[in-house]
Design a binder for this molecule. Sequence first.
Ligand code: ADP
Ligand code: MG
Length: 695
Amino acid sequence: MPSFKLRGVGPQIAKHLARLDIHSARDLLLHFPTRYQDRTQIQPIRKLVPDQEAVIEGVITAVSNPTHGRTKLLCELRDDTGKMTLRFFHLMSFQKNIFKPGMRLRCYQQVRLGPKGLEMTHPEIQVIYPDKPVVIEPHLTPVYPATEGLSQYMLRKLTTNALTWMQEAKALNEILPETMLATFNMPTIKAALAFVHRPPNTTSMDDLLAYKTPSQKRLAFEELLAHRISLLHGKKIFQSQQAIPLTGVARTCSLCLGSVAQQFLQQLPFKLTTAQQRVSDEIQQDLTRSYPMMRLVQGDVGSGKTVVAALAMLRAVEAGCQAALMAPTELLAEQHYRVFSRWFEPLGIKVAFLSGQTKAAARTATLEAIANGEAQIILGTHALFQENISCARLALVVVDEQHRFGVHQRALFREKGKTTGFYPHQLIMTATPIPRTLAMSFYADMDCSVIDELPPGRTPIVTSVLANSRRDEVIARIRDACKQGRQVYWVCPLIEESEVIPSQAAVTTYEELQKSLPELKIGLIHGRMKSSEKEAVMQAYQRGDIHLLVATTVIEVGVDVPNASLMVIENAERLGLAQLHQLRGRVGRGSVASHALLLYQAPLSPTAKERLSVMRDTTDGFRIAQRDLEIRGPGEVFGTRQTGELSFVAADLIRDSELLPRVQQAADEIMQHHVPLIEPLLARWLGKATEYGKI
Ligand code: ADP
Ligand code: MG
């Protein structure tokens, strides 16, 4: 049982509070209202309208106890302007004495239209005695996120006690330097907390709801500041760690590459784009340092991140070390294995592949080769690092399609990859373009590079949005594309939160399409197939032996078949924009014009309509991510719903984005001139989540 030293909190209440993750008076003060009620005015009954929340005051003129139905008690309440009904389904014993004709009550509740006119159900009630007039609330009334067993009344009582405690105790003291408060014209933390819990009745309700008051902004600012500092602080810590500097190779070409890397570039069927070259240069620079690289490479789908990763890995190999690349899915890991074997084996480089499906004997041999250093390049899924593999001399870890990984995972990979006292360099690649505000807030611990150019000769994908009822047209389009020697994807996304159903949907669609398109070779791939089966299907598709591939979203990331020029996505309205963009990026990789057909199930909500039209109107990943951010919030841009890392208590990245430049400035100032403030700031806002502190 947490020790909760606050007046009014016994063991039972402490238990309820714990469910809201409130374990102290401090936590209670950081539990912010979601909205406010205006109880500062008594409304005349005649002026009430249904759905309005209002305070009324009147005298009971009649009481009845209905004998049928759920209602236990009805009171008629009158003021000078009219009458209304109070309805109760249950009563507590002390209330029996209150509900008598002649009693004067002040009630607060939402007004509803009942069978006999306006009524309130279970209003909050204050009895007004003639000799003891009750003052009207001087503040707007906060409404808190609540939980069973903990009423708003109780939460208000507790926060009142906590506010008193705050003023008396040396708690929640000001952390920010006075000069900073003055520069940004901000109230003190205590003033801000007192305000958000009990705003004066003169405060504009609109400003409060839009979080525009200086106190709300002050709190958001401090939280964003703590978050940013925690990342910068983490960066500083890992820059003080040791990594193997990858130097000692001949610096003969513009890329400062060694001879193996040059050979590699010569054997490639294409030249690097300017963007690939620039990003590769940045990476090669980082790799020569004796502290770990921590670089995020953002590059839209198809921008050619793999070859950039390969060059970095070659650098490790040339320095006599190992490099590992991890992919989020087996499918993608296998594709990387095929590509890297083709690229590296002619150069005499040993590539090892570990997957969840590798059989015991082969696995032992592979692990052995990794441990004794024979394997120079190690490929596998992210699961690879979840287990105990030991590497002879691992110098670089590349994490592909990072967008589902947060600070904690980054720290985990770093720890796991640590061998012989050195931390590996880390290269993180994502095809989810990250809007600037998010990148600044979530990746402040990394250096970022952007591959902002697609390889030449790509024709932009043309996207159409169609109702599901136009399937016949879609089938005709598929027939056409295949006649021209092109290949087609048909994607059936997750329909329910279950693994079985999307596979089933894909199987059903597969069978239907076989009937409608008997002349085509149709393949099926979904998450429940064995890895070897998936691989066989993928290879057949890559060879062109399959014309139409029916798939679940397993093909979302990374899969590369340039001859595919048409993609059909069913139930597109259910997918996030970032995910649709990823999927769509599977086509448009060759030189022919490509099409994406987004099928939806009518009727579409206005938001869904807007989202699909964003997909139709642009193929620019950054713009899509920005719109996704505006429409659905940061959790969706990262392909995951609100996770601990993405949720703030006082701040909201979209709403408060205008604070970010100031946050950046303040973070730098604190890092440079006020180091002792870092710890209390992180403890206040990040609490347990200060992972970096532990490393
Ligand atoms: P992504 O950034 O989505 O991971 P890939 O690395 O899979 O993209 O590259 C997509 C395709 O583009 C691959 O077939 C790759 O061989 C090809 N490619 C990469 N760089 C270039 C380039 N500079 N010129 C032409 N094709 C390229
Ligand atoms: Mg890729």
